[in-house]
Design a protein around this ligand. Structure first.
Ligand code: GDP
Length: 294
């Protein structure tokens, strides 16, 4: 099974899935459209959150970074007048350094991710959606800005006029991902932002076509018309779809089993489940129900 993932909702579900499925049968394909070079190193926020979740290291209060991490390097850089767009923890930064070193030595992002995953003793396969760079650009009344400058730098406050994915037109799956796409029969589109997380993955050349031949299960990231967290409704309206499960469905395309929250007003074919994951137990329960559907 392949799981399409962003950095918060789907990693929560992965906690349960990895409890009940053989990790050898699981490949997580992760959004890279929020990646950003910071202080000389490539930060892949969604890939990192997936890796930390699967390694048991994730800070579950924020769903990014390593639990108990310190920020001494970041603080020292700030004291030296070097501003960073995001606060990177010291242990987190070690991953970015290793990844960037591997990239500079000639490895692809897919190969570098595999090395980092192995070093963190992550069992399921974790792959970036593409080795080609993609950047989420948000248009606001103050001008265009990278997703991280909008979400962290501007605290997600300016109205969102448009969203475009720079580089997505030219992005293709890595040879390793192509091989996985040819072989796998089931895809799970996790409960992640359909505009900025699962949207870019589905936009990579060949991925939608590959899903046509698979059984596709999707879990909505919305609780009725509200997100569990984050800016999904605002982003959905900015790309011209309603901020509800009809909008999620429209953005995802082919889905065979559409899992929505119990409070959803979706009238089309769907399966209503309790999709809130506050604990590992919630995640295991939802994962079991999804696996049963498949
Ligand atoms: P990002 O990369 O950090 O933006 O994270 P994702 O795109 O993976 O996840 C953000 C989405 O996850 C938001 O739209 C949330 O509504 C959704 N989400 C967060 N927690 C839950 C949950 O417990 N259940 C479900 N179904 N969705 C959730």
């Amino acid at each position: 099974m392949i799981v399409l993932s962003g950095g918060t909702g789907t990693p929560k579900l992965l906690q349960g899935l990895t409890e009940i499925l053989d990790p050898d049968g699981l490949t997580v394909v992760v959004n890279t459209a929020e990646d950003r070079w910071v202080s000389g190193n490539l930060v892949c926020p969604d890939v990192d959150s997936v890796l930390y979740t699967l390694a048991g290291l994730i800070d579950q209060s924020r769903w990014w970074g390593v639990r108990g991490d310190t920020f001494r390097t970041h603080e020292q850089l700030e004291r030296m007048g070097h501003r960073e767009v995001m606060a990177l923890g010291d242990l987190d930064r070690a991953v970015h350094i290793m990844r960037s070193d591997l990239l500079h030595s000639g490895l692809s992002l897919t190969e570098a991710t595999e090395r980092v995953a192995k070093a963190l003793q992550v069992k399921p396969r974790v792959m970036p959606m593409s080795d080609d760079p993609v950047a989420t650009i948000i248009a606001t009344p103050e001008g265009e800005m990278h997703f991280q400058d909008y979400w962290i730098g501007q605290k997600g406050e300016p109205p969102v006029l448009k969203i475009r994915m720079e580089g997505l037109d030219q992005a293709g799956p890595s040879p390793e991902l192509q091989e996985v796409l040819q072989r796998e029969k089931v895809a799970l589109i996790g409960p992640s932002n359909p505009v900025t997380s699962t949207g870019p993955i589905l936009g990579v050349k060949g991925i939608r076509e590959a899903l046509q031949k698979m059984t596709v299960v999707a879990v909505s990231p919305l609780a009725g018309d509200r997100p569990f967290s984050g800016p999904a409704p605002r982003f959905m309206r900015a790309v011209g779809v309603p901020a509800d499960d009809y909008g999620v469905r429209a953005l995802l395309g082919k889905v065979d089993h559409f899992v929505v929250s119990e409070e959803s007003r979706h009238q089309g074919p769907c399966v209503k489940l309790n999709t809130l994951m506050r604990s590992r137990e919630d995640s295991i329960r939802l994962a079991e129900e999804i696996v049963e559907l498949i």
